[in-house]
Design a protein around this ligand. Structure first.
Ligand SMILES: Cc1cc2nc3c(=O)[nH]c(=O)nc-3n(C[C@H](O)[C@H](O)[C@H](O)COP(=O)(O)O)c2cc1C
Ligand SMILES: [Fe+2]
Ligand SMILES: [Fe+2]
Length: 407
């Protein structure tokens, strides 16, 4: 567990977590951090106390002791968000100390009771404050439906620190460098990619609420953003706010000038046209990502499609429908509401076809409103004229993507 001083009287405890499926689904190739914050005035508050997945609260207590905080002297436990990655140690903490007060929103209060049987809860509303003494004053700002309905920001007025919980978070383990101003250019690229992976996997479904939460952050004067996952931004907190604005646009159809090829092929017929497509994208100087389904992880597939302005779906007919692993990927993008992408599909069939019909059904059901170039279907192996039609489709896609490109 890392222990870092953020400001006088404010510390962060951070734990890298690896080898788990985040939310039980997402394979996080590069890990994730769980961050807790301790604010000390005359009274002491802990924000988003986590035990991490080692399941041993003693680890947290020992680390608290090492930064000079006696766990028995914690007065307030601020639950910005009840999800157990932020609150899992409450019951254990009660065992060693029974007179602390939980502070959270009304929605979180109901969950803290139903999940942990807690009743010593103080409910806060927009703008309520808690004076800890010695200049540390916390204010609370609900940001509902940013991941869960219960979520709020906690803001410390003296140091202008925003404890943003899941907002402004990122995947990716923290190494030596935990503050934005310490990063090497490679680390900056790493956390940009991990921010995209996190937003697309965890937050994309909630984009309208995320946009409201961004607006709320803009009403506060912020010097430091201290999220529940990932880096602390003290040099340029506006950078992560601008990144989140950009990510919210990726969820609405914008993207980098990149193409994701979501493909699958049973006997290599559709694959021949994929190969041809790669040659065209290379010739046109368009970066692309080839994701063969179902070999790619869901996390990677969602993140890659999310950041790309253009999507090529290359999949044959299978039992009168779209090749199932590719259909499953599209359904997942539908759940995540990754809308408005510019797209093109081609694929092989043997006798009746049917893939195209299911593609239309998926698009209608998920209401993704992707902007499609006319699809190309071919019988058996792609012939010369089929490849010419595929080329025309790819070029049209590249042309249409221009309006949606946001780097
Ligand atoms: C299990 C299976 C189911 C198929 N179902 C259909 C179908 O319902 N209608 C159709 O036109 N072709 C169907 N086909 C034929 C494939 O679409 C055809 O072989 C196509 O060329 C496969 O392209 P690929 O090599 O890129 O996978 C099926 C093939 C397989 C192996
Ligand atoms: Fe969450
Ligand atoms: Fe979280």
């Amino acid at each position: 567990m890392k222990k870092l001083k953020i400001a006088d009287g404010i510390h962060m405890l951070s734990m890298n977590v690896e080898d788990i499926l985040f939310e039980g689904i997402w394979e996080i190739a590069n890990g994730v951090t769980l961050n807790s914050y301790i604010v000390q005035g005359e009274k002491t508050a802990i924000i988003d106390g986590v035990i991490g997945w080692d399941g041993i609260p003693e680890t947290l207590y020992r680390n608290l002791a090492e930064i000079g905080v006696d766990p028995k002297k914690i007065d307030y436990l601020i639950v910005n968000h009840m999800e157990p990655d932020h609150s899992g140690w409450i019951s254990n903490f009660r065992k060693i100390k029974d007179d602390f007060t939980i502070i959270c929103t009304d929605q979180a209060g109901k969950m803290v009771s139903s999940f942990y049987g807690e009743d010593r809860i103080k409910i806060v509303k927009e703008g309520d404050t808690l004076d800890l003494g010695r200049g540390k004053v916390l204010s609370f700002h609900p940001v509902p439906n940013v991941h869960w309905p219960d979520t709020m920001y906690t803001y410390e007025r003296g140091t202008k620190t925003l404890f943003s919980c899941d907002m402004f978070g990122a995947f990716g383990r923290l190494g030596e460098h935990c503050f934005d101003d310490e990063l090497t250019p490679e680390e900056m690229d790493f956390f940009e990619a991990e921010g995209i992976r996190y937003y697309s996997n965890v937050m994309a479904t909630f984009t309208p609420s995320v946009k409201r939460a961004i607006e709320k952050a803009k009403t506060l004067e912020i010097k430091t953003i201290a999220p529940g996952h990932g880096l602390v931004y003290r040099k340029n907190p506006q950078k992560i706010i601008a990144d989140y604005v950009r990510f919210s646009r990726y969820a609405e159809g914008a993207g980098k000038r990149e193409v994701t090829i979501l493909w699958g092929s049973m006997y290599g017929m559709t694959a021949k046209a994929v190969e041809h497509t790669e040659g065209i994208l290379q010739r046109e100087g368009v970066k692309y990502h080839k994701l063969e389904m179902p070999l790619e992880s869901e996390s990677e597939m969602v993140a890659t499609a999310f950041r790309s302005a253009g999507i090529i779906i290359a999949a044959p007919t299978y039992e009168y429908k779209l090749f199932p692993p590719v259909a499953a990927a599209l359904n997942e993008l539908g759940r995540k509401k990754i809308a408005g992408k510019t797209a093109f599909r081609f694929g092989s069939y043997g006798w009746s076809g049917g893939a195209e019909k299911e593609l239309q059904e998926i698009m209608e059901r998920t209401n993704l409103k992707w902007d499609f170039v006319e699809s190309v279907e071919f019988e058996g192996a792609p012939k010369k004229e089929d490849l010419i039609r595929v080329e025309a489709g790819v070029l049209e896609l590249i042309g249409k993507m221009k309006e949606k490109t946001v780097e």
